[in-house]
Design a protein around this ligand. Sequence first.
Ligand code: HEM
Length: 369
Amino acid sequence: MRARAPADDTEPQVTQIDAPSAQDVRPAQNAQPTQNVQPDPADAAAPLPERDGARSAWERLPTVSPRAFRILTLVGLVFLGLIVVTGGLVRLTGSGLGCPTWPQCGDGSWVPRSQYATHGVVEFSNRMVTIAMSVIMLVTPVAALRLADRRERRDLVWLSFGLWAGFVAQVVLGGITVLTDLHPATVAAHFLLSMVLLLNGAVLYRRAGQGPGPVTVTVRRELLWLARLTVVASFAVLVLGTVVTGTGPHGGDATHARRFGFDIVNVAQLHADGAMLLTGLSVAWLFAVRLAKASREARRWADALAVTIVAQAALGFTQYFLGIPTGLVALHVAGATLMWIAALRLWLALPDRPAPRTRPKGLHLHLNP
Ligand code: HEM
């Protein structure tokens, strides 16, 4: 029987045990005690296998401090939000071909030339944000595996790989969206997957600022359930929003004009009803966090949620009655992203974990701000 334990902490903690063969189980007839076995000098002289070379290169990578990792996750979260806004702008302004070449914008130019006008600027900005975000998505799992305390922080490693997997899925979905001539279902899925990635990024950022200990719920459990309900209701309103878009004129490519075929008034009504439910929930939150004496952070995010929901609702009605002008719709997309982040941050601000290890081991103080 052979057991292979991880040689170092950079490998996955998987112990691989092969089934014992008959030979392994049978006692060796001339078996000698093993403690006097001398290493074969030939082994020492033998060149290291290539895998060991790769491993030592990996070990030479610098370790990442919890603080640096947290900053990286914050930058990732900002870019995940930015890409939704710049991607939405490309769609709404029809700037998909704003730059005629890739990765440059026009032959020999790394900035959009004036002849490409606004479309060039919009498309080029989106490209730059996409490139920066791609680098962050690829670097984050590597940084998590190089964390100084990675043994205790499997959660951060998993969440970082979750971001990476979501990013790969977005690339694939982006390709499918083009292949289906911007079918509204794939355009909506592209947007909603971004929202899932934001969820992953927000949880990762939150956890990166906390210690590895168990979660402590600092408020009544009912409040935690209300937070979960708010996140689910917010996502439902986002889904309904994409249905309205996929039914209306901004759903995709104007030339192919593929739409869902629902009645626009009915779906917009349903979407606005969801927004009204959210408005009610946000007012409830303003009281709940204060009555429950929740943390200052939770109160701040409850305020942010109320502001973004009321602003979104006002913007939604205005754009609807003004015949959905592009500029207002772009603001509505940005507002939806901010509202989603506020709902997630409020939910994540309720349960807490001890802060990363600045205190002696074994002593767990929990300060309720
Ligand atoms: C919390 C409140 C709201 C949120 C979070 C929200 C979110 C969204 C989202 C995510 C979209 C899809 C954007 C896209 O796919 O590009 C959308 C579209 C839309 N929403 Fe809202 N919305 C809210 C309130 C409202 C209200 C009250 C109305 C009033 C009728 C409204 C009217 C619309 C319309 C007309 C569209 C389609 C715009 C287009 O043609 O692209 N929204 N909304």
